[in-house]
Design a protein around this ligand. Structure first.
Ligand code: SF4
Length: 238
């Protein structure tokens, strides 16, 4: 668990915790086979209308022991066909961010709030998010990351339970009960609106820093304390 002992500008989301992906202590130890079991269940899922138009369920990819998980909105056409998240044009932008943060896909885990492609890439409906996010609530504790990066409006609103604009939330770090949460623009949005590319990629140093701090915490296991209390929730990012 990352104590973020020197991460600056951490915003508490104590009043608006992230209950939808939080977990109890015992859940954090859920083994990978639990995730495999639910991935198998989801592969046959017909709980919402999206099952009628999908090619396949896109469960997620990456390390089952990742310290950082990226959560997007839903698969697009390329992902629906390929069965992996973020393998199209948006995935290339995400790869730019990962490279700048010295991360590889094998170091992280990537998934979506909704596991099947909405037709014509429309936005997922609230009912679809509601029913499909139950998988995410199993998936995230099974992986047990320290940092969650939400990509775009739907993932950010779901995880943070806030309705602020992405412009207001982008690049700001939030602490929930179990995770540090970093909302970023959806990579696809940076393709359509180039002004979002720079702030999106500018998150790379912060990601590096968070993971470096966690490595330091791991090597000093048992000595880390809750340094987050040193950070005022009212501190603003620049
Ligand atoms: S989107 Fe989720 S809930 Fe809907 S059919 Fe696909 S896996 Fe099931």
């Amino acid at each position: 668990m990352c104590s973020a002992q020197s991460a600056e500008n951490v915003h508490s989301c104590q009043n608006t915790p992230a209950p939808d992906v939080s977990c109890s202590g015992s859940d954090k130890a859920l083994p990978t086979r639990i995730q495999d079991k639910f991935a198998q269940l989801a592969s046959k899922c017909r709980k919402c209308e999206l099952h009628k138009t999908r090619t396949q369920v896109v469960w997620g990819s990456g390390s089952d022991a990742a310290r950082i998980v990226f959560i997007g909105e839903a698969p697009g056409r390329t992902e629906d066909e390929g069965g992996q998240p973020f393998i199209g044009a948006a995935g290339k932008v995400l790869d730019e961010l990962l490279a700048a943060a010295d991360l590889k896909r094998d170091d992280i885990y990537i998934t979506n709030v909704v596991k099947c492609r909405p037709p014509k890439n429309r936005n997922p409906m609230p009912a679809e998010i509601d029913v499909c996010s139950k998988y995410l609530k199993t998936q995230i504790p099974a992986i047990g990351p320290s940092v969650i990066v939400t990509l775009g409006t739907f993932a950010t609103r779901y995880v943070l339970q806030r309705k602020d604009s992405m412009a207001a939330l982008q690049g700001r770090l939030y602490q929930s009960k179990d995770y540090l949460i970093l909302p970023l623009y959806h990579p696809a949005a940076t393709i359509y609106d180039r002004t979002k590319r720079e702030p999106f990629l500018a998150a790379a140093p912060l990601l590096k820093k968070l993971l470096a701090e966690e490595s330091a915490d791991d090597s000093a296991e048992g000595t880390a304390s809750n340094h987050l209390s040193n950070h005022s929730p009212s501190q603003e990012n620049t």
